[in-house]
Structures are given as C-alpha cells and as structure tokens.
Design a protein around this ligand. Structure first.
Ligand code: MSP
Length: 640
C-alpha cells in the first residue's frame, strides 16, 4: 500500500534554515513510521523558484534568475543530504516537466468552465505573492505588514466563489482533512465569510510558467507551486497525496485554493493537511526577513542530526509554536539521550558482555511481568505516532526507559552474578535487552542513525530500517545472539558544545552569504571611529520626509535610473531621479510610501532636475532596497 506525503516546496530567495529543516525532518520521521507500518512511503520536497520575489533576489546579487535558482535549489538538496533525510523526489518548479503538469491543470480547469479573463487593479504584496483586496495605495499587507504595491493588470481568474459550499461540506464530512482542530476552525471561519474569485495569472512578471496560448501571462506562483505535489509523482499512481505537511502560514492556499483547483480540474483532492506551528528563536518566527535564523548543519556537526531531530520532536508540541535555543537543545540531549537512552544501552550491553560473554540469554520461560509493561507502551506510542503527536510518543518511550532503569537497580545484576542460581540474572538481562530492542525500534523514526547503531550493538543483523511494527511485540527476539561492540552512541555534551555550534553557525552563515554573492555584514559598527561621529545638531540638518510616489518612468538611455514624481505634502510633487531601475519596475512603485531627503541641493541628471534623494539600503554588490514603513504614516511627516 502506498503512502504519499509532501513538505512545502521552499522559496529559493533564502538559503535553508532551521525552520525549513523542521518540516522536512518531521516529514522524514513520518515516512519512516509509515514504512514501519508496512506502507510504501514516498516523500516529496523541492523548491519554489518563480515569482517577483525570486527575480528580485537574483537581481540583487547580480545573477540571472535561473543561475540563482540552480544555486539555491542545490543548497537545499545538499542540506537534506547532510542531514540524512530520505527524500524520494525533489521537484523544482523550473523543471520543464513540471510546467507541463501545471499547464494541464489549467487547461482542465478552463475546459470545465472555471477560468475566465478579467482585469485587476489594486494592491499586491510581493513578499506573500498575494493580492490584498480592499487595501489602498501604501497600505501594509495584512499578513506580513510590508508595504503593498499598486498593480493594474489583465488576468485569468479562477471561479473560487463557486466552491464555498463544497469546501464547507468537505470540512464538515471529513473533519480530519485539516489538522489540528484550531487551524481547521480558522479555515472554516475564512470560507464562511465568502470567497472571491482568484487571479491565477500575472502579466507584470516574466519569471514564471507561461500560460498556454498567451504571450504575456505567466501563472500566479501559487497555482504553479501547488502543482508540484502532482508533477513530482506524475504517472506513478501515487496521487492523491495522503498528507501535505505545511507551516500554519500557508494553510489557506492548501486547504481552500488547492482542493478547489483540483475539483475544477476533475481530479482527486489530498486526504489530509497538517499545519504545524512556527519555530521561534528568541520569541520571534525564525525567518530570513527577521535575520534571526539558525541553521541545522552546525548542530549536526557538533551533536549529530539525531540530537536535533529528538529535540524538535520532543520539545515542540507538534501543531503548536515552539522555541529553539542552544541551551535547551544541549539540556535535552544530555538528559534524555546521553543519560537516558545512551546510558541504558551501554549499561545493558556492557553487563551482557561482562556476565554472559557478549551473548544475550535465551528467552526465559516467564517474562510476562516485563512484557505487559512493554506491550502497553508500544500500543500507546504507535497511537501517538499515528496522530502525529510526537512529543507524547517520545514521552511514552522514555517512561519505559526510566522504568527499566529502575528495575535493573532493583534486580542488581552485579549482585546476582555472584550467586549460584543464575536464572534470575538471565531473566533480568534478557528482559532489559528486549526492552532496549523495543525502545530502540520505537524511537527509530525520530533518531534513525543512532537507533541503527544501538540495533547493531544488540547484535541484530537485519537493518532496523526493514523492521515492521509487528516485530515490536514482546519476545520477538529469541535471544542467544552475539552482541556487537559496545560504543557510546550519545557522548555527553559540555558547555563547549554550545560555543562550537555557534562558531559553526557563523561559518555556515558566511558560506551561505558567499554563495549568494554577498559579503557578510561587517561586525564593527560603522561609526565606531571617533572621527566619523556626528552631533544630533548635524543630523537635524538633514530634512527627511515621508513621500508618496505619484508616478515613475524609465529614463531614456540610463538603465539604472528612474524618474519619479513624489508628493511630500508640498503644493507640487518633487521631481526626483533615482538609481533604482534595476531593482524596481516603475509601475510597482506608484502608491508606495518612501523616505526622501528633502533639503539636498537640486542637481541635473540626464537633463532632468532631481529635487531630493530617495533613501534605500545599499547592499554589497547588489541592488538597492527602498526604506519604508510597516505602519501607515502621513505624507510629508518628518523623520527625526
Ligand atoms: N513556497 C511556499 C510554499 C509552496 S508549497 C506548494 C513557501 N515557501 S517558504 O520557503 O516560505 O517555506 C515555508 C515553509 O517552511 C513553512 O510552511 C514551514 O513548513 C517551513 N518554515 C519556514 N520557517 C519556519 C519556521 N520559523 N518555523 C516552522 N516552519 C517554518 O511558503
């Protein structure tokens, strides 16, 4: 039986960080669990490479979009390889095969009468790739707070409005279609408000999958991206997906748009969507735009991937937000892995080496007292895994570890070894090793590499990877096998581990920056040297004002310049010439609020008078990024 699961396909405007690793690690864990249950589990991930955001990110570092995408897609692949994740298909939206599947999806929707042409004029959030209905020029995006941009374009529209009842019916009849429950309620509330038709093509962008039989249209990135789930497994009899695993911020696209597109095309919809919470770092969502990212590979280098996997799945309640910190990671690692499972393994295996020459005793006649306990834990743990409640599953397994630790102390094998009757010693050694076998197999989906190591130290020759849940029953191991060599699987971590992870993190950050063609920001504040300091009076001489872009046009013969008319609350708008043409389309600037230096002496550029300067961040080797405001601010307001 097949089980097809997916992660989101990640935008390539940033290199992979721990947030991306989180979803992909969880997906890998579920895949391994499903395989234990006997499914042929297939896991798809990939990269989302089209859209204005990516085009701009490429321009900013002086690369073509394709060059840029190739580089970052490979970076994601590399990341999953290093972390040892079992990815079956890595799908890129720039692959020609994917384009065909998206075209087909569109043509089916069109043939069935769910697509029409219309025009849109309004605000657009480039970051979220989302039209913001009811917004005015300059309004912030309600999702991310960034300034929206004004666009006017002819589009293909999808008749989303026709699917409201069918969607509500789906959520009603299949309550586990959206999980967890809180997220399902949010979607219900959203759909009950009524659905508007959705624009699914763009004419203002070039970097996308072209719409068939159209000169200027490319598909809206989400229409393109969602199609990946099908294009990745096209012709393989795997559709519909059994599970889409996503972060909570992209639930609407998956739980509302995606089933509607598929229905319109006459195709089957996925079976289940699970929207997990955010990984926070110092209480904020870890993301490129906040610059508070941590990467997975430095943790892998120092503590191993399994330490990270265990931490993420044990510490964060799946479905809720959770926090990452190096202290908490090392704390968990030492308490649960080094002192918990690692200690149990070396203790049990060492005793068998010591008292039984490294051969596990044969299964004793009556082990029922131990068996009952283990059986109950297996049942509960499998049930928690099935519900994707990983932290509970691990808690259950670790209770069994604590229990067997106590029983060993109670039986005191070191005393039994000196007695004439050796049956009791055989009993405790067999039962401790059998509990260790079960615990190791149960923990395998979360800590696969370490579990395999303990498995071979237990002397079991078939790989744990090929074990099935049926093998988890008490007494499955007959005993009498020769153990492997005992080695510490989770050596204790000391304070130096954190220092090392932080050092690796800096090195990894710098490597990624270099890869992107950027120089890492200099660590020393620019104004540190005495001579460079200015007084508050000096600063007050600069008249900085909020301006509203009324118009923008290219400057003939100057590829970098734009000529803008900017209202700063004076009777006439200012004429300003700015070197931002390589980073911004003129149309996208109209309606945007910017910061202007209003008291610069005017000067002429290409015959045009520039009566001020527009303020932008100047990126090393890249394109400028305009300063703006998250809150609405009145035109002409002074910056102090
Ligand atoms: N390209 C879209 C998805 C298209 S799917 C058809 C996209 N990409 S993304 O690069 O922004 O990745 C978002 C996903 O990455 C989240 O939904 C989540 O799975 C993961 N995460 C990114 N940052 C995260 C956290 N800080 N915490 C948890 N997950 C995070 O949206």
């Amino acid at each position: 039986m097949k089980y097809y699961l997916t992660t989101p396909i990640y935008y390539v405007n940033a290199a992979p960080h721990l947030g991306h690793s989180y979803t992909t690690i969880v997906a890998d864990t579920i895949k391994r669990f499903k395989r234990m249950q006997g499914f042929d589990a297939v896991l798809t991930t990939g990269t989302d490479e089209h859209g204005q955001k990516i085009e701009r990110a490429a321009t900013a570092v002086g690369k073509t979009p394709q060059e840029f995408c190739d580089l970052i897609a490979e970076e994601f692949r590399r990341q999953w390889r290093i972390l040892g994740l079992e990815i079956d298909r890595f799908q890129r939206t720039t692959s020609p095969h994917h384009a065909k599947v998206v075209e087909d999806l569109f043509l089916r929707c069109k043939r069935n009468g769910y697509v029409y042409k219309g025009s849109y004029s309004g605000q657009y959030c480039v970051f979220d790739e989302l039209y913001v209905n009811d917004a005015k020029p300059g309004d912030p995006c309600p999702d991310c707070g960034r300034p929206t941009e004004t666009v006017t374009e002819e589009n293909y529209y999808f008749k989303l409005s026709e699917f409201q009842d069918r969607l509500l019916d789906l959520y009603q009849k299949q309550p586990d279609f959206i999980q967890p429950e809180t997220r399902r309620n949010e979607v219900l509330a959203f759909v009950r408000q009524g659905l508007q038709d959705l624009s699914i093509s763009r004419t203002t962008i070039k970097w996308g999958v072209p719409v068939p039989e159209e000169e200027n249209h490319v598909f809206y990135v989400w229409f393109d991206a969602l199609g990946t789930y099908m294009s990745a497994v096209d012709g393989e009899n795997l559709w519909p997906a059994d599970l889409h695993l996503i972060g909570k911020e992209i639930l609407r696209f998956h739980a509302v748009y995606w089933p509607a597109f598929l229905w319109a095309a006459g195709l089957e919809i996925p079976k289940r969507i699970f929207a997990h919470g955010w990984l926070l770092f110092e209480q904020e969502k870890m993301s490129k735009s906040r610059g508070n990212m941590v990467r997975a590979t430095p943790i892998h280098e120092v503590l191993g991937t399994d330490a990270l996997r265990y931490f993420l799945l044990r510490e964060v309640v799946f479905g809720q937000d959770g926090s990452f910190s190096y202290d908490a990671l090392v704390g968990r690692y030492n308490a649960d892995l080094a002192n918990g499972l690692g200690n149990l393994a070396s203790r049990v295996l060492t005793m068998i080496h010591q008292y039984r020459d490294g051969v596990q005793p044969k299964i004793p006649a009556d082990t029922s007292a131990f068996g009952a306990r283990a059986r109950a834990v297996v049942e509960k743990t499998l049930d928690y895994y099935e519900r994707l409640d990983f932290s509970k599953a691990l808690e259950e397994i670790w209770k069994l570890i604590a229990w067997v630790d106590r029983i060993i102390v109670e039986y005191a094998p070191w005393k039994l070894a000196k007695e004439a009757d050796q049956e009791r010693l055989d009993l405790i050694l067999y039962c401790a090793a059998e509990t260790l076998r079960i615990v190791t197999a149960l923990a395998y989906p979360v800590i696969p590499q370490s579990a395999e190591k303990i498995w071979s130290q237990l002397g079991i020759t078939t790989p744990l990877k090929d074990s099935r849940v049926a093998d988890l029953h008490w007494g499955h191991a007959e005993g009498n096998q020769k153990l492997g060599v005992v080695q510490a699987v989770f050596p204790r971590a000391d304070a130096k581990a954190i220092v090392k992870m932080k050092e690796h993190e800096v090195a990894e950050y710098e490597r990624q920056q270099e890869l992107l063609g950027k120089k890492p920001a200099p660590p020393v504040p620019v104004f540190e040297r005495d001579g460079a300091k200015i007084t508050i009076e000096d600063f007050a001489k600069v008249d900085l004002r909020v301006g509203l872009v009324k118009s923008a046009a290219a400057v003939k013969g100057a590829s970098k310049l734009l000529h803008l008319q900017i209202d700063i609350g004076e009777p006439q708008p200012r004429s300003i010439v700015a070197g931002i043409a390589e980073a911004y389309q003129p149309d996208s600037l109209v309606g945007r609020k910017v910061v202007i230096v209003a008291n610069l002496a005017p000067r002429k550029l290409r015959g045009l008078e520039s009566q001020g300067m527009i303020v932008a961040a100047s990126l090393e080797g890249g394109a400028p990024v305009l300063a703006g405001f998250l809150e609405d601010v009145p035109v002409g307001a002074r910056l102090k």
